[in-house]
Design a protein around this ligand. Structure first.
Ligand code: GLY
Length: 334
């Protein structure tokens, strides 16, 4: 199997397929995990993202439940530590209108199995604690996935962009030339449409997001802290991450200082101790958006082409279940 894209989706599928004894070669235009999987905050948080019954919500909840085993197995297979915290999330409402909306949403979520409970939270109108939301450091996951894949015999071709996929899935043409195999998986995130445009697939598009981080004392923030589009979380190292913005700006990699300052000011409103700090890092990434909002996961009918792209805000969360689904489909087609 050839996989286009060495982000968290491409490499988690590569690892899973190779564990199922399927030979895999992964191509990436840059280095493994250099794009959205590097930029992501790593929130594993259906409580912040899901509120309606849908197959995507089911998938998010399944994937969250798979995470402890995913992290443990990956850490063992790679010999690398992964910062994974089952810390929960505090969601605050700052006025009466937001408090009512938070309650309505929590009721809808409870019906889906997303647990939350009312808590007192200083300075808020009301707040809820989402018990099951968690955080992982995606850069740890990517380093571990890369190592686990290599140990498992996956061939990794970094800086070798695929330029064309043969329409029947019998291989690809990359910068290095043609490569033949018995199937191709398109897992190139926001770049997937460039490869998939010949097939009847929804369009992928980049949805840019800025994030910032502060050097802070470890343990300053025990949970994810959220308010509307602002979230804060803390790595085991102490690095405190704040996000995010949402822009349709194509693949423009220019950091916008105005957006950085807006995130800093929203983060400081949520955690006043941050107002005195300067962000020590700022970066952006391209969320893999998709027309229709539902990730394209599965086989393209009548071909040996599979897709796993369009995970938008939830690629880190959805990786374990996506790799399970792809492996099942590929094995069934053997
Ligand atoms: N998953 C959070 C974000 O995309 O900003």
């Amino acid at each position: 199997m050839i996989i286009a894209g060495a982000g968290i989706i491409g490499l988690s599928c590569a690892w899973k397929l190779s564990l199922c004894k399927i030979p895999v070669t992964v191509f990436d235009a840059r280095e493994a995990g250099g794009e959205a999987s590097w930029a992501g905050a790593g929130m594993l948080a259906p409580g912040g993202e899901m509120e309606e019954a849908s197959p995507l919500t089911d998938m998010a909840l399944r994937s969250l439940a798979m995470y402890p085993e995913f992290v443990e197995a990956l850490s063992e297979a790679s010999g690398m530590a992964i910062d994974y915290q089952r810390c929960g999330a505090v969601e605050v409402a700052l006025n009466q209108r937001e408090a009512e909306e938070l309650e309505r949403r929590a009721m809808r979520q409870a019906a889906l199995g997303i647990r939350s409970e009312i808590i007192d939270y200083n300075g808020s109108e009301s707040a809820r604690f989402y018990l099951d939301d968690a955080v992982v450091n995606p850069r740890n996951v990517m380093a571990a996935l890369r190592e686990a894949c290599l140990r498992q015999g996956v061939k990794l071709r970094e800086h070798d962009a695929i330029v064309e996929i043969f329409p029947d899935g019998s291989g690809v043409r990359a910068l290095s030339g043609p490569h033949h195999d018995d199937g191709v998986l398109i897992a190139a995130g926001a770049w997937s449409s460039g490869l998939a445009s010949k097939f009847p697939l929804p369009a992928a598009m980049p949805v840019r997001g800025h994030l910032i981080a502060y050097k802070a004392e470890a343990g300053m923030l025990g949970t994810i802290l959220r308010h509307e589009n602002t979230y804060l979380l803390q790595r085991g190292t102490g690095s405190l991450v704040a996000g995010a913005s949402t822009e349709l700006a194509g693949f423009d990699r220019t950091i916008d200082e105005g957006i950085v300052q807006q995130i800093h000011s929203r983060a400081s409103q949520l955690l006043p101790g941050l107002a005195a700090l300067e962000p020590s890092e700022r970066w952006l990434g391209f969320r893999p958006g998709i027309e229709g909002g539902v990730p394209a996961i599965g086989r393209v009918e009548g071909t040996r082409i599979w897709t796993a792209f369009g995970h938008y805000r939830n690629g880190i969360l959805l990786a374990p279940d996506t790799s399970r689904l792809i492996a099942e489909s590929v094995i069934q087609a053997q």
